[in-house]
Design a protein around this ligand. Sequence first.
Ligand SMILES: Cc1cc2nc3c(=O)[nH]c(=O)nc-3n(C[C@H](O)[C@H](O)[C@H](O)COP(=O)(O)OP(=O)(O)OC[C@H]3O[C@@H](n4cnc5c(N)ncnc54)[C@H](O)[C@@H]3O)c2cc1C
Length: 405
Amino acid sequence: MTDHALCSTVLSDPKIAIIGGGLTGLLTATLLERASNQSSSSSNTPQITIFEKSRSVGRLATRYRSDSKTDKNWQWSFGAQFFTAKTTDFQQFIAAWLDTGLLKPWCAEVIELTPASDNGQSPNIQSKEQWDAVHARYISTPKMTSWGRELAAALKHTTIVFKTRVAPLTQYLHHQSPQQSQRQIQHQTHNQTFNQNSKQTELFDETGASLGWFDWVIFTAPNGQAVELMADSGFNQQDKITKPQMQACYTLMLGWDDVQKLPETLNGQLTPQWDVAYLNSAILDRIFIEHQKPAHDELLPSVTIHARNDWSEAHVDDDIETVKEQLLQAAKQALNWKEYSAPSQTDCHRWRYAATIVNKDTEELGILIDETKQWIVSGDWCAKGNIESCYRMAQQTVKAIMQTQ
Ligand SMILES: Cc1cc2nc3c(=O)[nH]c(=O)nc-3n(C[C@H](O)[C@H](O)[C@H](O)COP(=O)(O)OP(=O)(O)OC[C@H]3O[C@@H](n4cnc5c(N)ncnc54)[C@H](O)[C@@H]3O)c2cc1C
């Protein structure tokens, strides 16, 4: 389905709330705006508000630190590292940013790495593949967050409200201020947050303050958070939200002061040379060499390591410092650093909801729509749990809204 095909029907000035300013939210707003721009009617501009609880773009995440001596940076993409564009629609969508150079193909050399054994045997490195143009992987430059920021900046009819957590749809009932009691009575008679006559929904923040009334509400939080948001809302597809299973991921970030200090496994002296390693390890999954990515050569040596999702899920509630120590020990065995080649920078992040378990035999869930309330539950987890899924779920959402106008 092309953007153009989304415009075959007409939007009539709807007020649309999107909960979550990750890529699903940003891409949904982008496609909604494009659909309304291409429509022949002049009175169809959607007024979109994105509510985002944090101050950044969801699971696209970049952390950096500056070295006060050199003014240079270490930088880690500690959420998504890259994305694919397998469908023609998504390839066409990203073409504009490939032209400007904000998005770049990453033709990484990939190896399989077996960490050093306890009896002192060195790590084993085997060449695996190159991510070339046939199976292109893309990164956003200079940071993985840059694309999200660019998408946000290009939105014309969308207000993004950061640092605002939308409350569960009935939460205001539990903490009432005197000003709220009148509102509560009013809402209870209108089926809580939803007004059946106007088909509008009123959203609240955590303090109970109204965020406004909306014709459509699109939820893009990870499914564990969506369950909490919708638990007492009367959403007619609630039982389906928990179907896809999401797992955690711990990310370890390492930095060295200069390339001379890198261990042999990372300094390019070993063959084959590599950018990405798939690990044969009970704890670690992949290693990414950040400073070898396209347009990243100004960085100080920076390496991001993702722990395995099954290991991370099993340790999701463990103390983060204990987890960090375990990851550092596993990374030391994988990269074989000695005291003189140990990283000077170490950091660890816990993603409670990182990856969706994809079962090839079961059908993709797709977005969940409550047509009576005009609520849509979306997000990468409704499909394959990756960035390309965010785009496809955004397409499905726009199509669903257009069809009911
Ligand atoms: C460690 C890791 C590695 C990954 N690697 C890859 C990869 O290599 N390739 C790839 O394609 N994908 C990868 N992914 C997945 C990719 O990051 C996601 O598919 C994508 O970012 C999901 O976007 P989203 O908008 O659906 O969800 P999110 O990015 O999670 O956005 C949802 C947003 O909703 C906000 N929110 C939640 N509740 C509320 C509330 N009540 N009020 C307001 N805001 C709320 C959250 O703060 C969040 O910003 C990776 C993810 C992780 C964590």
